[in-house]
Write a protein that binds this ligand. Structure first.
Ligand code: AHR
Length: 561
């Protein structure tokens, strides 16, 4: 798609740049001078001989909390349902999710996890207890939502076995979040025993066999509490570290290399990271910490307010340019957050044995666009969210040496979902398509990628503000180079010269997710309004010249000669 203003804008930009005599780089400045005089307004340098690390498939992870319409209706429709299902799990969701290769799925929360008794979700379904859901009194409930449904009073039909089966069906590794606030440590070990003890060994292994799993489920990843600074117990970092030590001491491994994940910081709270790591260093228990979980949501921070949980958020679909950019700018803080926490972790863990786990990320809007009344904090998903997903996943790829696992919040009917589903209605969101396009990066080697591009300008609370322009990441798998690029500009096409250092593009194909209007989204009635389309790719010398439409996410698949 060519912006009619493109020629004018580009000329305007180039003359401004010439006057300023600078270029625009998002990453280390070493190449600035060399890259500045280009015919295209932007430049992307892919440095094949500068590997960053292998992109863990677990970075392409998802989050399933027993919250609103995620589990009940979203995933679980029940075995007797007229909605097509595999063992009670929505078939269309299984088929679509399997296609994007989910590395890992985190369950059962979130805040729900620290109130969940895993024993409620095992054994015959008809005998399982009905319990009050953590979210029963949330302020965000729509006034007309059912008050007595499974979203508020959990029948526990979807428990450990159902979740494990779901993971198996879609090819993901399970990542359990253990309850640290309201169950004793021994219950955590017993849950591990239920999942991982060898067949015919313990009473819990026998129970597991009755539930359909004679062989161990083999769960590697375990979160030890969730947001322990908040809904997970309002601990301070030292007290949480004491609890972490207690819960993780002598956990039986049953031959599984456990990846224990500590409840890390909210956004940029490096004090939480420093003090927790400090305490574990003093108790000599840092070696137990495989991953350190950080949460970072984006919600509109402008509009004359500070971070007010309820009133500060804006609509998911109706947004102006300021709100559009503000969400993206906030999401794009991910890179500086990763770098900040990584540096602090390195103070006590200089070899960086512990990696970052960003197990909740995404956009969080005001209520009002839920796919159905009971889908608490459910929201629509536009091209803006696709751009947000592209920016974030590219950031993870570029930091493949630091980020070992991540989970977008949440899988279906909640926050930045890949799917909307209600009764027999189902659709894929633009965010789904980004995960589909980026799946090619999984398991490939991230290589250093520098984007030099005019920054995106906008007005925030009346003050001129900028966020970065083109952003991207590249990964190499034998002679296949995958380059993903996001253009966050709401209205500017960006042309980029792509140079591949250490290789030559022999052929290339492209696919772009874009729409004439960044507000575009899919609905149950119009489920294919936003879909990726193939685009032609022009080779130039050993590289490529490509135009990236406004508010778009593009994948270039390049065969190297
Ligand atoms: O994803 C919704 C909630 O956001 C989670 O339960 C909690 O961990 C976070 O605050």
């Amino acid at each position: 798609m060519q912006d009619p203003e493109y020629g004018t804008n580009r000329r305007r930009f180039l003359s401004a740049a010439a006057a300023a005599g600078t270029a625009w780089l998002t990453s280390p400045g070493a190449l600035i001078t060399r890259l500045s005089a280009q015919s295209s307004e932007s430049r992307i340098d892919v440095l094949l001989n500068e590997p960053v690390g292998t992109i863990a498939p677990e970075i392409y992870g998802h989050f399933v909390e027993n919250l609103g319409g995620v589990v009940y209706d979203g995933i679980w429709v029940g075995e007797g349902s007229s909605i097509p299902n595999v063992n009670g799990i929505r078939t269309r969701l299984v088929d679509a999710l399997r296609k994007v290769k989910p590395g890992v799925i985190r369950w059962p929360g979130g805040c729900f996890a620290d109130q969940y008794d895993w024993r409620d979700g095992i054994g015959p379904r008809e005998k399982r207890p009905k319990r009050t859901n953590f979210w029963v009194d949330a302020d965000e409930w729509s006034k007309t939502a059912r008050r007595d449904g499974p979203q508020r009073y959990d029948p526990n039909e979807f428990g450990t076995g159902e979740f494990a089966r779901f993971c198996k069906l879609v090819g993901a590794q399970p990542y359990f979040a253990a309850n640290l606030r309201s169950l004793p440590a021994q219950e955590f070990w017993r849950w591990v025993e239920y999942c991982n003890s060898p067949a015919n060994t313990t009473t819990l292994a026998a129970q597991r066999a009755t539930d359909g799993f004679t062989e161990p489920i083999g769960v590697r990843y375990w979160g030890v509490g969730n947001e322990s600074w908040g809904c997970g117990g309002n601990f301070d970092p030292e007290d949480y570290a004491t609890e972490f030590n207690r819960y993780t001491a002598w956990v039986p491994s049953y031959g599984v290399r456990l990846g224990l994940v500590g409840s890390g910081p909210n956004d940029g709270n490096v004090d939480w990271t420093r003090r927790f790591f400090g305490k574990l260093s003093r108790t000599n228990t840092l070696g137990r910490l495989w991953g350190w979980a950080m949460h970072h949501y984006a919600w509109n921070a402008s509009g004359g307010r500070t971070r007010d949980w309820l009133t500060g958020k804006r609509d998911a679909v109706k947004f102006d340019a300021e709100q559009y950019y503000d969400i993206l700018r906030e999401a794009d803080e991910m890179e500086s957050l990763i770098e900040a926490h990584w540096a602090v972790m390195g103070e006590t863990d200089p070899r960086h044995r512990t990696k970052l786990v960003v197990d909740e990320w995404g956009a969080w809007y005001a209520s009002g666009t839920e796919p159905f009344q009971e889908a608490l904090i459910g929201q629509q998903n536009t091209m803006r969210d696709a751009v947000l997903a592209g920016l974030t996943l590219d950031t993870f790829n570029r930091h493949a040496d630091k980020v070992a696992m991540a989970a977008v919040a949440q899988l279906v009917n909640c926050l930045q979902s890949l799917f909307l589903a209600h009764e027999d209605k189902f659709c894929l969101t633009p965010t789904y398509h980004v995960f589909d396009m980026f799946a090619a990066h999984q398991g490939a080697r991230s290589v250093r990628t520098l984007c030099a591009s005019p920054s995106t300008q906008y007005s925030r609370n009346g003050t001129p503000t900028t966020m970065r322009g083109l952003n991207g990441s590249a990964s190499l798998n034998a002679s296949l180079l995958t380059l993903t690029v996001t253009n966050p500009s709401m209205d500017q096409v960006r042309e980029a010269e792509i140079q591949i250092h250490g290789g030559t593009a022999r052929s290339a194909t492209g696919v772009t997710l874009a729409a004439a209007d960044p507000h575009a989204h899919n609905t149950f009635e119009d489920p294919r309004a936003v879909e990726p389309k193939p685009v032609a790719v022009a080779l130039k010398g050993s590289g490529i010249v490509h135009q990236f439409p406004p508010a778009s996410v593009t994948k270039l698949t390049i065969i190297l000669g």
